[in-house]
Write a protein that binds this ligand. Structure first.
Ligand code: NAD
Ligand code: LMR
Length: 335
């Protein structure tokens, strides 16, 4: 379970990772009974970094919590069900991870989830802004390009906005890019890191293959095929699942990796993760880039680095959609 931490941190941090490292950290997982929520709860329960794991959902949390609570690891598991118990789940949380909401079916875009998921994210983050305004908020619910602006507006409205602590979780794009590149090039996947920037839907997912580490050379054909596969990887899973949902297991892995990174950073470790955040590095108020994480969230936005001509062109093509997704989230909060 900790394998990805060791491999990943070796490439982005000069400090050694200790699997026995401890911290006092309460993580609240909202949407804990779902396809992502259950395996993500399992991964968080296994982590020595988590001391309290609060599982919240509108259904089935007593069963999920009872089940996970029997695992002989450190985290104390509690289950909360229904909106009247949401505040209890959030009380004292340092990290709130939100995979609550509908997943796609074949033929749908992530934006097609907006009507249902915007209200769910609004309701959950309104309570978080009241109960644990200093927590790190990790938004997984789609469409991430819009649900992160919604979260920011909720926190602004509550007068507790801290843009350094609100993250759209795009880690799955990096996980996929690393896997596909390692496979194509015959590399050890533990050593590969491909930054992915911009947003989290279709053309707004922009892998920076030119910045792959270790340095790899790609033909133009490789670049185009890999970029398209990474952009469509979510749809690849949605189609393969044939109406039963979207990526859950790989997302649980990616979501747990992001939460572990935050918890490590909160203890002072030097950790870099890509995430979709409030940003001024591009012509868009929210934008995903590699972020240096620290005890207070975003320590430093590392920007896009130097883009190839192809990546620059992909970025230009993505901007209209990204800006429209952001405006849709902000307008939802105005209306
Ligand atoms: P799912 O339907 O299996 O689970 C969603 C869970 O949310 C359910 O248990 C449901 O009861 C719960 N829920 C619904 N309304 C709620 C509310 N008001 N409060 C609390 N919980 C509520 O779906 P899933 O496969 O786990 O996907 C969840 C979301 O994550 C989807 O929107 C999906 O598109 C998104 N997702 C994002 C990424 C990413 O990379 N960011 C990757 C995969 C999926
Ligand atoms: C993904 O990238 O797998 C998620 O955003 C889910 C989806 O709808 O594709």
């Amino acid at each position: 379970m900790l394998r990805f931490q060791v491999g990943r941190l070796a490439s982005c941090s000069s400090r050694a990772f200790s699997t026995t490292s401890k911290a006092n950290a309460k993580v609240a997982l909202l949407g804990a009974s779902g396809g992502i929520g259950q395996p993500m709860g399992l991964l968080l329960k296994q982590s020595p970094l988590v001391t309290e794991l609060a599982l919240y959902d509108i259904v089935n949390t007593p069963g999920v919590a009872a089940d996970l609570s029997h695992i002989n690891t450190r985290a104390e598991v509690t289950g909360f069900q229904g909106s009247e118990q949401l505040a209890l789940a959030l009380a004292g949380a340092q990290v709130v991870a939100i995979p609550a909401g509908l997943p796609r079916k074949p033929g749908m875009t992530r934006d097609d989830l907006f009507n249902t998921n915007a209200s769910i994210v609004k309701q959950l983050t309104e309570e978080a802004a009241k109960v644990c305004p200093d927590a790190m908020i990790c938004i997984i619910s789609n469409p991430v390009n819009s649900t992160v602006p919604i979260t920011s507006e909720v926190f602004k409205k509550a007068g507790v906005y801290n843009p350094r602590k609100i993250f759209g979780v795009t880690t799955l794009d990096i996980v996929r890019a690393n896997t596909f590149v390692a496979k194509l090039k015959g590399l050890n996947v533990d050593d590969v890191n491909v930054p992915v920037i911009c947003g989290h839907s279709g053309v707004t997912i922009i892998p920076l293959l030119s910045q792959t580490t270790p340095s790899v050379s790609f033909s133009q054909d490789d670049i185009e095929k890999l970029t398209q596969r990474i952009q469509n990887a979510g749809t690849e899973v949605v189609d393969a699942k044939a109406g039963t949902g979207s990526a859950t297991l790989s997302m649980a892995y990616a979501g747990a990796r992001f939460v572990y990174s935050l918890l490590e950073a909160m203890k002072g470790k030097d950790v870099v993760e890509c995430a979709y955040v409030k940003s001024d590095v591009a012509d868009s108020p929210y934008f995903a880039t590699p972020i240096r994480l620290g005890p207070n969230g975003i320590e430093e936005n590392l920007g896009t680095g130097k883009l190839s001509d192809y990546e620059q062109q992909k970025l230009q093509e993505a901007m209209t959609e990204l800006q429209a997704n952001i405006a849709k989230g902000e307008n939802f909060m105005k209306s």
